[in-house]
Design a protein around this ligand. Structure first.
Ligand code: ZN
Length: 356
């Protein structure tokens, strides 16, 4: 089969976006798209290419003082009557157009067309970002070939609609338990109602003064919320247990340990079990390549509020940010599309920054 990633497509990020979208690559089905990309990377004499499963790493080795990473995931969420792509005026519609094949196209375009970038560049085209992190290509590389990730700065081309979104908030889930004593509801005074006791937990949540924290010009707005409540035995029993599951989104000035200590303080007097946590990432915009990238973008950065693979780089001590042409509000929707103008602007920005 002829490779749809033709030289003409590689030279034009818009055509390349369509070509990538038209290779179906729902998570766990990235082999074909990875094969196609591997062939064109291997054809570029200025790149060294390595592969782990369906994740590709391609790097220049020009002896530059600093190394930057450009990374894009290859997978998409399941199709939803939005495949293959179609063009309507200046929009490309289709699964993965915004999240994130338009961003991945920018990285691939630069990888093959820019033989002498001003920094050494490591490109990642990786599998399984949209599913459980056990499959995540960057996570697998961090475990099996951590040296591939060495860099001074990283950009993930996730959808941000052309603005820089830096760092990311951490997330923690916890279960707050109340206990009581069962009794027949006809003689309720003999029991202690654990659901009623949860009222105080909810009151603390309702009155919780969430912080806003500004770091490197980015403002992170925290949140502490109940996301589930469980309790009750039967229609005629005073319940002896109630669980309030809470989700804490915390700013990057707090470590996981500090976030946990804070949660335990908020719920002093209750049984608190931490069930899941992922660290926040500092924006790290003071590194020289980051500052120069911000200058090339020419706009102020914003805080990333969700959790992204940026935190994987941060955990390795590599400042990282998100910057991509897609609109994050369209990610995972049936109506997913990307503006051609945003793709061209993104390509121009990255080119301004990377071309010497
Ligand atoms: Zn994505």
């Amino acid at each position: 089969m002829a490779n749809p990633l033709t030289p003409d497509a590689l030279a034009d990020p818009v055509a390349l976006t369509r070509a990538l979208v038209d290779i179906e690559s729902v998570s766990r089905n990235e082999k074909e798209i990875a094969d196609c990309i591997e062939l064109v990377l291997a054809d570029a004499p200025h790149l060294t290419v390595q592969r782990h499963q369906n994740t590709l790493m391609a790097r220049t080795d020009l002896g530059r003082e600093q190394r930057v990473v450009l990374a894009g995931h290859l997978d998409t969420v399941p199709l939803n009557d939005n495949f293959p792509s179609r063009m309507v005026d200046d929009l490309i519609y289709g699964c993965g157009t915004a999240d994130m094949k338009s961003g991945t196209a920018l990285a691939l375009h630069l990888a093959v067309t820019l033989p002498d970038p001003r920094y050494d560049v490591t490109y990642f085209f990786y599998e399984a970002e949209e599913i459980d992190s056990a499959y995540n290509g960057l996570n697998l590389v961090a475990q099996t070939h951590p040296e591939w990730l060495a860099a001074d700065f990283a950009i993930l081309l996730e959808p941000t609609y052309g603005v820089v979104e830096a760092g990311c908030q951490g997330t923690m889930r916890a279960v707050v338990r109340t206990t009581g004593r069962r009794a027949h509801s006809a003689r309720s005074w003999r029991g202690v109602n654990a659901i009623h006791a949860a009222g105080e937990v909810l009151r603390r949540l309702q009155e919780y003064p969430a912080r806003s924290v500004t770091i490197d010009d980015c403002t992170y707005r925290e949140g502490l919320n109940a996301v589930r409540i469980l309790g009750g035995v039967a229609g005629n029993v005073i319940p002896d247990r109630c669980e309030v599951e809470v989700n804490y989104r915390f700013a990057p000035d707090r470590s996981i340990e500090q976030a946990e200590a804070h949660l335990r303080e908020v719920f002093t007097g209750y049984d608190v079990e931490i069930t899941d946590a992922a660290p926040a990432a500092l924006p790290g915009l003071t590194a020289a390549p980051a500052r120069e990238f911000l200058a090339a973008v020419g706009e102020r950065p914003a805080a990333k509020l969700g959790w992204t693979d940026v935190a994987r780089f941060a955990a390795l001590g590599i400042p990282a940010l998100n910057f991509g042409p897609g609109d994050p509000n369209l990610a995972h929707t049936q109506d997913e599309h990307v503006e051609i103008g945003r793709i061209r602007d993104g390509a121009a920005t990255l080119h301004r920054w990377l071309a010497s």
